[in-house]
Design a protein around this ligand. Structure first.
Ligand SMILES: Nc1nc2c(ncn2[C@@H]2O[C@H](COP(=O)(O)OP(=O)(O)OP(=O)(O)O)[C@@H](O)[C@H]2O)c(=O)[nH]1
Ligand SMILES: [Mg+2]
Length: 332
């Protein structure tokens, strides 16, 4: 099942604005997949060699499965997910002929585990309010810039950004730069001002201007900082006062390079505030890309978007099938 921007967002209008003509789609898609594989190259190199050695060469015996388990755990697929997947593969192995069939089935098993709940983002509200939260430096502001750009470019949506990270003046400047790059409007407040009031104003302006989407940036925080978690709850409440039912989507950014620690953070964070989806960032910089599968499989929160670089275009919808294939398949 191909997953593209129009698959991850429920737009209501069925429109595919500014998309390439139908004939060019396969080409475009191949380009995305190539880029995904390139950006996951660190994980692929580590995992690929082991998969080659275990599934394609030599006898299948208990050492094979142990080695495969080790390789998946090294790639941060997670102990539970790994045990489940390798157990199933081992049980089915007799009926599977050759390394390719085994690695195809491994890909399928990994992808199936990584698809919990609603993986899409509903953009049919007027406007849809998306709040982005997460630990310091995990990529909130960067993700917002990329997301605004994609929403406009791929889906023709108008976007207003709310700079509710009022902690540092630099945070507002950084989001302002992204707004300029993405071509979005932005609502800011002075440094040190109440983040709730900036978020409130952004949603208000979004409504007045008839924007399709308002994306609210927030300051980085740890789930252990009770007063900051309470602040986040307050920001949510204030947004809801301006527009009932908002924020419609709360995205949590998780830095993939922090591996199992990131998974733990995401778990505790999501216990403190409701999280609808994960944006897994910096997948380009880690040999532990399997964390995407572990997060989805073990937290039960869908990974909706992935960050695979620092440029505007380096945000992609998460597709469990593509992702598992990009990790496991030697090349195609
Ligand atoms: N390689 C890579 N770098 C990324 C990605 N996403 C974000 N970054 C980088 O990570 C750093 C932190 O990103 P920010 O967007 O500022 O993170 P933040 O969560 O807003 O940080 P605070 O507001 O300080 O909590 C920046 O240098 C980004 O360029 C990604 O997908 N890949
Ligand atoms: Mg930030």
């Amino acid at each position: 099942m191909p997953r593209d921007w129009t698959d991850v967002f429920i737009t209501g209008d069925g429109a595919r604005v500014a998309a390439a003509p139908a004939g060019e789609e396969p080409e475009r898609r191949r380009g995305f997949l190539r880029r995904l594989r390139e950006n996951l190259s660190k994980t692929r190199q580590a995992l690929g060699a082991e998969i080659q050695a275990t599934l394609f060469e030599g006898e299948l015996d208990s050492a094979t499965w142990e080695r495969l388990e080790e390789a998946l755990i090294m790639a941060d697929v997670g102990a539970r997910t790994t045990a489940e997947v390798v157990g199933k593969l081992e049980a089915e192995a007799e009926g599977l002929e050759g390394g390719q069939a085994l690695s195809d089935r491994l890909t399928e098993l990994l992808a199936d585990l990584a698809r919990p709940g609603e993986g899409r983002i509903d953009l049919t509200h007027e406007p849809t309010v998306i709040m982005v939260a997460g630990v310091n430096g995990t990529g909130k502001t960067t993700t917002i810039g990329k997301l605004a750009w994609h929403l406009q470019r791929e889906l023709g949506k108008s976007v207003v950004l709310g700079a509710a990270d009022t902690f540092r003046a630099a945070a507002v400047e950084q989001l302002t730069e992204w707004a300029a790059r993405a071509g979005s409007e932005i609502v800011t407040g002075p440094e040190g001002s109440d983040p709730g009031s900036v978020a409130f104003e952004a949603v208000k302006q979004g409504r007045e201007r008839g924007a399709d989407v308002v994306i609210v940036d927030t300051a980085g925080r740890l789930h252990t900082q009770d007063h900051l978690m309470a602040e986040l709850t307050k920001v949510r409440r204030v947004i809801g006062k301006q527009l009932e039912g908002a924020p419609h989507e709360t995205l949590l950014t998780v830095d993939a390079t922090t591996g199992q620690n990131g998974l733990r953070q995401a778990q505790l964070f999501s216990e403190a505030v409701p999280v609808d989806g994960i944006v897994l960032t910096k997948l380009d910089g880690t040999a532990k890309g399997g964390i995407a599968l572990a997060i989805a499989g073990e937290l039960g929160i869908p990974v909706k978007l992935i960050g695979i670089g620092e440029a505007l275009e380096d945000l992609r919808p998460f597709d469990a099938d593509d992702f598992a294939r990009a990790l496991v398949q030697p090349s195609d």
